[in-house]
Design a binder for this molecule. Structure first.
Ligand code: SF4
Ligand code: SF4
Length: 127
């Protein structure tokens, strides 16, 4: 499914799908990142991020006030293994909420674009 056409057309091959850490639910971890490696603590996860150990690592994370109880934080060092060579996502139809909620042209998108030498883009809302 050509889900990333606007991104590809803008010259971005999926820079938001590498070198990131995101909150995911336990079912997203199983469904989208089955090969991720479990570590015992946030401290260990932070060290892995700092050392830039390539791969996917996750640990438990509780955030009060959110339905569903416990979450994970996953660190993706290097490219996400679900990102295909054309920039699209192998798991597009079942991708995590964080990705569904990450819009092209949002402020975080433009920060990532600038970090990777691309100009920011601005999408006009459709009325
Ligand atoms: S949302 Fe932004 S950073 Fe992510 S692939 Fe699209 S243009 Fe690139
Ligand atoms: S699962 Fe897909 S949307 Fe999520 S980080 Fe990986 S490539 Fe990006």
């Amino acid at each position: 499914m050509p889900e990333r056409n606007p991104c590809l057309k803008s010259g971005c091959p999926g820079f938001c799908c590498q070198d990131i850490d995101i909150e995911i639910t336990k079912s997203e971890r199983t469904r989208v990142f089955p090969t991720a490696i479990h570590v015992d603590s946030m401290k260990e996860l932070a060290q892995i991020k700092k050392d830039n150990l390539q791969g996917l690592y996750y640990t438990e994370y509780s955030r009060k006030g959110l339905e569903g109880g416990d979450f994970y934080v996953i660190v993706i060092n290097g490219p996400c293994p679900n990102r295909l060579s054309d920039g699209s996502c192998l798991k597009h139809d079942e991708r995590e909420y964080a990705a569904r909620n990450f819009a092209i042209g949002c402020s975080d998108c433009n920060v990532i674009r600038k970090e990777n030498g691309l100009s920011p883009i601005f999408i006009e809302p459709v009325e």
